[in-house]
Design a protein around this ligand. Structure first.
Ligand SMILES: [Zn+2]
Ligand SMILES: [Zn+2]
Length: 132
C-alpha cells in the first residue's frame, strides 16, 4: 500500500509497546495539572492527539482509570506513561509527546491548567492555542 500520509512511530522505553500514528495530529497541548505531574513524574506533560482510527499497535498499554471514564495508559513492563483518553470520546487518543521516536514534527503551543502550573513555568501565555 502506498500513501502520502506521514507516519509517526513511537513506543515505551523498553519497546514492549509500539505504535504508529498516520497522518497529521488533530491536537496537542502541554498540561500543567497535578494529575499529569503525578502520572509523568515531571513538571509538565506534553500530549499529541490523533484519531484512534489512525493508530496501529504492536503491544498494548495497560489502562489506569485516573478519573471516572478517563484512562491513562502505561507500559505493563517498564511503566512508561504513554496515553491519555476519554472513554466517552473513543474516536481520539492522546499520546505523550516524548513517546514518539521523533517528536520534533509536533509543534503544539497550547498550555492547559496554567492556574496550577509550577513557578518554573511562569510567564507562559495560556491563551496561545495555536497549532502548527
Ligand atoms: Zn515498556
Ligand atoms: Zn493534565
Amino acid at each position: 500500500m502506498t500513501t502520502n500520509k506521514p507516519t509517526h512511530s513511537g513506543g515505551c522505553l523498553c519497546g514492549a509497546v509500539r505504535f504508529v500514528a498516520s497522518g497529521d495530529p488533530i491536537g496537542g497541548n502541554h498540561c500543567h495539572c497535578g494529575m499529569c505531574r503525578k502520572d509523568s513524574g515531571s513538571g509538565v506533560s506534553s500530549f499529541v492527539c490523533f484519531p484512534t482510527s489512525a493508530v496501529t499497535w504492536n503491544g498494548m498499554p495497560t489502562d489506569y482509570e485516573s478519573s471516572p471514564g478517563k484512562f491513562r495508559g502505561f507500559c505493563p513492563k517498564c511503566g512508561s506513561s504513554l496515553t491519555w483518553r476519554n472513554g466517552a470520546k473513543d474516536s481520539e487518543i492522546d499520546f505523550r509527546l516524548g513517546s514518539f521516536d521523533d517528536p520534533r514534527p509536533f509543534k503544539a503551543r497550547k498550555h492547559l491548567w496554567m492556574s496550577t502550573a509550577l513557578e518554573s513555568f511562569a510567564g507562559i501565555d495560556p491563551d496561545i492555542e495555536h497549532l502548527d
